[in-house]
Write a new protein. Structure first.
Ligand SMILES: [Zn+2]
Length: 328
């Protein structure tokens, strides 16, 4: 099943607005235990502990094992050793003193696993959309995927071009040639709802399922504050000027390593001019229409993103609280 098809299927189920579901990937119970990252002896003991659990990535896919009727993303030290050669191993932290690691398979080890009947390789977005595993595993999987993706893309020093080496249990790469230290990066993305009175602006990307409308979003640029990035993105994508910007919440988005920074913004103008390169369409929606979309009762079948995405919660807060979201 493609990610888009599975999102469309999930969207057919109306969310229960009386019992809000949480967004995916945040709320980790793991203590990162950074003090252990330089302690080789402790790390070696963690890796062979019978309480150790490994989250396994094969390229962009997560490796899951069948466990009864369900799927389990945690492998023991002996199970992970039998899967194949590691590309990198990263210490994620401790869950009630049980060590947790992220483990990426070498490219040659991935293909044979796809033929095994006891395993499933699924991308992390589809896992969240389908509810394929217990929700508590999504934050550590997001941590593992973001950091292992960074390693996969930073094998050579951006300063001098020499091969770099994983150190600090996976939380740094050092260059033996020029001695530069490279730290994992997170890319900030602003995602916002521009509001004017009882209305707000939603847009559509050509990548969205046909009926889905969502918040505008874009990468914050170097030398820009969150507020400036929100105002610039709204101006670029829909031609509106914004004044006040209010932070709402954030969400790790490990595709590959973004942090979604959710905001509400006060629109000063109302004439939408769409940047057709960035988005397919955009228009104003009032709170009554948004309520129909959130509850999957819209007469044309229009819908907001599902609760796993922060966009759902940014829109929902405006439906519930109106323009108060700009002050409280
Ligand atoms: Zn270097």
């Amino acid at each position: 099943m493609t990610g888009t098809a599975s999102i469309a299927r999930k969207m057919a189920q109306p969310p229960d607005l009386s019992a809000p579901q949480r967004q995916a990937y945040s709320g980790s119970r793991i203590e990162r235990a950074a003090a252990h990252r330089g302690d080789e002896r402790a790390l070696a003991a963690f890796a062979t502990s019978n309480r150790a659990g490994f989250y396994v990535l094969g390229g962009d896919a997560v490796v899951l094992k069948y466990h009864g009727e369900g799927l389990d993303p945690l492998f023991s030290a002996s199970e992970v050793g039998a899967l194949g050669e590691a590309s990198e191993t990263v210490f994620l932290g401790l869950l009630e003193e049980a060590p947790r690691f992220g483990f990426s398979l070498a490219p040659a080890a991935i293909e044979p696993l796809k033929a095994r009947g006891d395993l499933q390789l699924i991308d992390l977005r589809s896992i969240a959309v389908q509810g394929a595993i217990a929700a508590e595993h999504l934050p550590p999987l997001a941590e593992a995927k973001a950091i292992l993706s960074w390693h996969a893309r930073h094998r050579f020093c951006p300063n001098c071009g020499a091969p770099t080496k994983l150190v600090q249990a996976g939380w740094r790469r050092d260059c033996p040639a020029c001695e530069a230290e490279h730290f994992p990066r997170t890319d900030p993305v602003v995602i916002m709802l521009a509001i004017s009175g009882e209305r707000c602006v939603l847009g559509r990307s050509p990548r969205f399922p046909a009926t889905m409308w969502s918040c505008l979003a874009g990468f914050a640029e170097p030398g820009e504050s969150i507020e400036e990035a929100v105002r610039r993105e709204v101006a670029e994508e829909v031609g509106l000027a914004c004044a006040r910007v209010k932070y709402f919440a954030s969400q790790p988005w490990p595709f590959p390593s973004s942090l979604m920074i959710g905001c509400h913004a006060e629109a000063l103008t109302d004439n939408i001019v769409i940047d057709k390169i960035e988005i397919e369409d955009a228009r104003w929606f009032d709170r009554a229409e948004l309520t129909l979309m959130l509850t999957r009762k819209h007469p044309q079948g229009l819908a907001t993103p599902p609760p796993l995405a922060i966009a759902h919660h940014i829109i929902r807060a405006f439906v519930e609280r109106g323009r108060d979201v700009l002050v409280n």
